[in-house]
Design a binder for this molecule. Structure first.
Ligand code: G6P
Length: 608
């Protein structure tokens, strides 16, 4: 979602801000803008890509200054127009502000501010915050920001500058991520580390309700009530090359192909085949609670939800414990029942998804033990959970999540095994499963080697507007994920569902030539899936099957087959999803879409 980058130092701000905006493009946005202090406050905004803003800047002579803020906006309140783009400037003091999040009480604040004579030029909630700071400003920007934030409800990460204080950048956060990079006599603030790492590897994450006031000589941090706090400056664990394309055409393709390596990193040091044990340092302290727990709830959104669904099957299948999956957004607004011994596991790549975070808080407040399965180290979810296991897949830039998904499934598999081994699973069975798990990364590579074949098959169906993805058991969440991938980046309508459900309505959609992808690996429900395939073919559907290597029979039932190596059924999602990721990728490229910047999507959805 919205990207924030701000600079104060001795260099020209605009090139640094522009580079930062490009690094943040992957978050998803529809307009962009920048402001700098140079005598007065100067603002440039543009609808569309950051490159459009860049062109405008080049034709704006005199846009100079070593203090500036820049933003990519993902519209929530107010249409995608230039006035609605950030920064927003107040009508009195030359205060400019950028904001990520939503000010929930903006309407009443706006009425109050209008009564005090402020003139609004947009419909946005952000302009209200700029005006509120303006109303409270009496020569001290930090105090005005603190005062304004005491009045607002909602979520925010903000960066504020004022032409009357050319050596001050004030930033604050509640609910939306914000990081301060600390360089020599300069500071770069951004929504994530990718916009900081080119300049400094020392940074700290701002906590909720904290305000940081930065000058060229140093910074200090307080709560919004002006109580001093000391942030912990740390080394960023991020290399520049991890966030660059490295010869690939798109980040999504790079990340798909990184999966053998990223999975090895996820598993490294956590599997002990000799002892038949899984070692998860992040939850070790709570091992007894996990073993005794009566119920597992898993909550997530998007791709992470599909991983969580696999987690549900794994926990029931391996650990023999009751488990259920919830859309975090639904869980949060019901009146969920949390009994003693409930473990809430939230799954999230970014660790910032607003709904997932809210579900976590709801469960925590009702007494559940909370676990995080998260990729971004130090993210809100990572910090707010009692314990957790990091994915360690490295930064994921592609909006369509790929390596995070396989990382999430790998972690949930290990979590299920961790509990299972302490409950019913023998050392022998556990060691066998661990051995199979260790083979998964090289097996993923085998599937990746089929990319050209998958592309060729995809090209034959590329003009089709409706697809179905079907599977049973562990293959059902994979079917959902395959359909989601396809719609996200190729904008083709695709639905995923349990194969048996097809007969209860969706079969009416099947017409001559409709592509139907069956995840049909050899497993408990294989024969039933073959029957479903027949039902589709009888009605003219064209079947593409994801099947187990060596299964010749499937060739008699499907037009095209993508083979995956054999493995225990419970590990198969990490393999069967790979051809579906590649299918979606090739479909989007063949249709000429910008794979890494799909329309309307955001990498991290930080509003509910
Ligand atoms: C957005 C992204 C998805 C992602 C979902 C959950 O919709 O576009 O790719 O699966 O958010 O994100 P999280 O960071 O919580 O995994």
């Amino acid at each position: 979602m919205c990207g924030i980058v701000a600079y104060i130092g001795n260099r020209q701000a605009a090139p640094i801000l522009m580079e930062g905006l490009k690094r943040l493009e992957y978050r998803g946005y529809d307009s962009a803008g920048m402001a700098a202090i140079n005598g007065g406050v100067h603002v440039v905004k543009a609808v569309g890509r950051v490159s459009v803003l860049e062109e405008k800047l080049e034709s704006t002579p005199g846009f100079r200054g070593s203090l500036g803020i820049a933003h990519t906006r993902w519209a929530t309140h107010g249409a995608v127009t230039e006035p609605n783009a950030h920064p927003h400037v107040d009508d009195r003091h030359g205060i400019a502000l950028i904001h990520n999040g939503i000010i929930e009480n903006y309407a009443s604040l706006r009425t109050w501010l209008e009564e005090r004579g402020h003139n609004f030029v947009t419909e946005t909630d952000t302009e209200v915050l700029a005006m509120l700071i303006s109303e409270l400003y009496d020569g001290d920007l930090e105090a005005a920001v603190q005062g304004a934030l005491r009045e607002v409800t909602g979520a925010y990460a903000i960066a504020v500058i004022c032409e009357k204080e050319p050596d001050r950048l004030v930033v604050a956060r509640k609910g939306s991520p914000l990081m301060v990079g600390v360089g020599p006599s300069e500071y770069i603030v951004a929504s994530d580390a990718s916009a900081i790492i080119a300049h400094t590897s020392r940074a700290f994450t701002l906590d909720d309700y904290h305000v940081c006031s930065i000058s060229r000589d140093g910074f200090h941090t307080t709560t919004i009530d002006n109580t001093p706090v000391t942030p912990r400056v740390q080394e960023l664990e991020l290399e520049l090359e991890q966030i660059e394309l490295g010869g690939y055409e798109h980040f999504m393709l790079k990340e798909i192909f990184e999966q053998p390596k990223s999975l090895r990193t996820t598993l490294r040091g956590r599997l002990d085949q000799r002892e038949g044990r899984v070692v998860l340092g992040g939850v070790g302290e709570f091992a007894r609670d996990l073993v005794k727990s009566r119920r597992f709830i898993l909550a997530a959104q998007g791709t992470a939800l599909h991983a969580a669904m696999i987690g549900e099957y794994l926990i029931e299948d391996l650990a023999k414990a009751p488990a259920e999956v919830e859309y975090a957004s639904e869980f949060r607004y019901r009146n969920p029942i949390i009994e003693d011994g409930t473990v809430m596991t939230v799954v999230s790549q970014s660790g910032e998804t607003a709904d997932t975070l809210a579900a976590l808080h709801e469960a925590r407040d009702r007494g559940a033990l909370t676990l995080g399965v998260v990729n971004v180290v130090g993210s809100s979810i990572a910090r707010d959970t009692d314990a957790g296991v990091y994915l360690r897949v490295g930064p994921e830039i592609g909006v369509a999540s790929t390596k995070a998904f396989t990382g999430q499934v790998a972690v949930l598999t290990m979590l299920a095994m961790f509990i299972a081994r302490r409950r019913f699973m023998s050392a022998h069975d556990s060691a066998k499963l661990i051995a199979a798990m260790e083979r998964i990364p090289e097996q993923v590579q085998t599937v990746l080697n089929e990319s050209d074949h998958i592309r060729e098959v995809t090209s034959r169906y590329i003009d089709r507007e409706n697809w179905l993805f079907l599977g049973r058991g562990y293959n059902y969440p994979v079917a959902l994920e395959g359909a989601l991938k396809l719609k996200e980046i190729s904008y083709i309508h695709a639905e995923g569902m349990p194969a048996a459900e097809m007969k209860h309505g969706p079969i009416a959609l099947i017409n001559d030539g409709m592509p139907v992808v069956f995840i049909a690996t050899r497993g408990a429900q294989y024969d039933k899936v073959l029957s479903n395939i027949q039902e589709v073919r009888t009605r003219g559907g064209r079947v593409i099957a994801v099947a187990t290597e060596g299964d010749k029979e499937i060739r008699n039932h499907a037009e095209d087959v993508f083979y995956v190596p054999d493995c225990p059924e419970c590990l198969s999602p990490m393999l069967t999803v790979i051809p579906l990721q590649l299918l979606a990728y090739h479909a989007a490229v063949l249709r000429g879409h910008d794979v890494d910047k799909p329309r309307n999507l955001a990498k991290s959805v930080t509003v509910e």
